[in-house]
Design a protein around this ligand. Structure first.
Ligand code: 5CA
Ligand code: ZN
Length: 409
């Protein structure tokens, strides 16, 4: 699949700091020291009801990771998937009487447009589940042949018991896992499974549903977790720097993915850091497709909201916090954007080298975007209250805000 066009990342003087980031697996903050090429896998959308503010907030966090790494003069190898076949997508297509491929294509296009408008840097590899199937099938066969997977009425399940490290990504107890499994796409109550938590690797073809040739597995379609493992291993290999997503992916999705990869390769962990963004709520409840309490980026854009203001609204919350989208959040961002633009539209101003370092420091410290915004606010307030004569300052601030925060002033 093609991704979306990259917005330019202006060059800044000097060099950024190495990223310290919170890792769900070790429940602490770690400093990542990637080689010349940093590697990141971010779980992509299931293409319906895209792109809501919750999605945008999560992709904003990982866009910051990319910008911090680029600022350390590293290259970034970024991979993202599109879950373009899965139960909820098929259910939505059926409910609305539309073709599931058309729904997926339309929503993926809309997502690309929203990502472009928000100046999110694209992945180098943007891979759909459907196009990944030829790579998924042999992995499932290998898991089965290694005794880590078993068949149940034609479906193939992964046995969590086969992974000695199972549970080490999400750090949850058995009861919590079971509840979340039922909530998030698992089928803990299905009779005949070895362990209620065992996730599906390959679902045998169902009447009226799409299916693909699965070689020795028979016709069917892939499970959700193996999709991301196959794409990540194919394009990044084991031991990449970050696997990212919203906090609702820690279990079961990233836990199961880590397990599949561990059994397949004998290595652990698949990612050096498992990074999770908080959940955005609307009207007191998590913004979710199932509840339908969604605010869409495209609807805001159609209503004339500047995408840079949407981006500033996302940045005004720490990525790990759960937060609430409100009209005030947006109004504050719109006002801030106006203040910042006024400050950099002057021909000269207060020296800004220290500000660039402050933004760098805040972002390197577990992506403290609110801290970075506060630093820019201080410069802007001082700039508006004085008459500095550094002619390079407004341009430097514009470039830093664009390069490090993805906001075009
Ligand atoms: N296709 C899978 C990942 S492989 C998936 O979870 N798709 S999704 O469309 O449901 O979500 C896409 C991303 O947005 C995930 O990282 C998810 O955790 C995140 N997300 C979903 N809802 C919210 C929300 N309310 N707040 C923040 N992030 C959210
Ligand atoms: Zn995923």
């Amino acid at each position: 699949m093609h991704a979306w066009p990259a917005s330019e990342v202006p060059a800044l003087p000097g060099k950024g700091r190495d990223l310290k980031i919170h890792d769900t697996a070790t429940q602490g903050t770690i400093t990542l020291a990637p080689g010349p090429v940093a590697r990141i896998y971010v779980c992509g959308i299931t293409p319906y009801d895209a792109t809501h503010i919750g999605h945008a907030a999560t992709y904003n966090a990982f866009d910051l990771v990319q910008r911090v790494w680029l600022d350390t003069k590293r290259q970034v190898h970024y991979v993202q998937n599109v879950t373009d076949v899965d139960d909820p997508l098929l259910e939505r297509a059926l409910r609305d009487g539309q073709d599931w491929t058309e729904l997926a294509e339309r929503e993926t296009s809309l997502f690309r447009e929203d990502m472009t408008a928000l100046r999110m840097l694209p992945p180098q590899h943007y891979i759909g589940a459907v196009e990944a199937i030829p790579g998924i099938v042999p992995l499932v066969e290998r898991l089965r042949d290694a005794g880590a997977a078993y068949e149940l009425d034609g479906d193939v399940y992964f046995s969590v018991e086969s992974d000695p490290n199972f549970g080490q990504v999400s750090n949850l107890d058995a009861q919590a896992m079971r509840l979340l499994s039922a909530e998030r796409g698992g089928d803990p109550d299905r009779a005949g499974k070895k362990d209620p938590l065992d996730p599906m690797l390959w679902m045998a073809a169902r009447p009226g549903e799409p299916s693909w040739d699965g070689a020795s597995l028979g016709r069917g379609r892939p499970g959700w977790h193996i999709e991301c493992v196959a794409i990540a291993l194919d394009h990044l290999g084991m031991g990449f720097d970050i696997q990212g997503g919203g906090s609702d992916l820690a279990f079961p999705h990233h836990e199961m993915g880590a397990s599949h990869a561990q059994v397949l390769t004998g290595e652990f962990p698949m990612a050096k850091a498992y990074v999770h963004a908080g959940m955005v709520a609307l009207h007191g409840e998590k913004m979710s497709k199932s509840k339908g309490n969604l605010v869409f980026v495209s609807a805001l854009r159609r209503a004339g909201v500047d995408p840079a203001a949407i981006r500033l609204a996302l940045l005004s919350h720490h990525y790990r916090a759960d937060w609430e989208w409100t009209d005030e959040v947006l109004a504050e961002a719109v006002a801030r954007l106006e203040r910042w633009r006024a400050a950099v539209s002057r021909p000269d101003g207060l020296p800004a080298d220290a500000l660039v370092e402050e933004i760098r420091e805040a972002l390197a410290n577990d992506l403290d975007a609110p801290g970075a915004l506060a630093a820019v606010d201080r410069w802007v307030d001082a700039q508006n209250a004085s008459d500095g004569d550094d002619e390079s300052a407004p341009g430097l601030v514009s470039r830093a805000v664009d390069a490090l925060l993805g906001v075009a002033l």
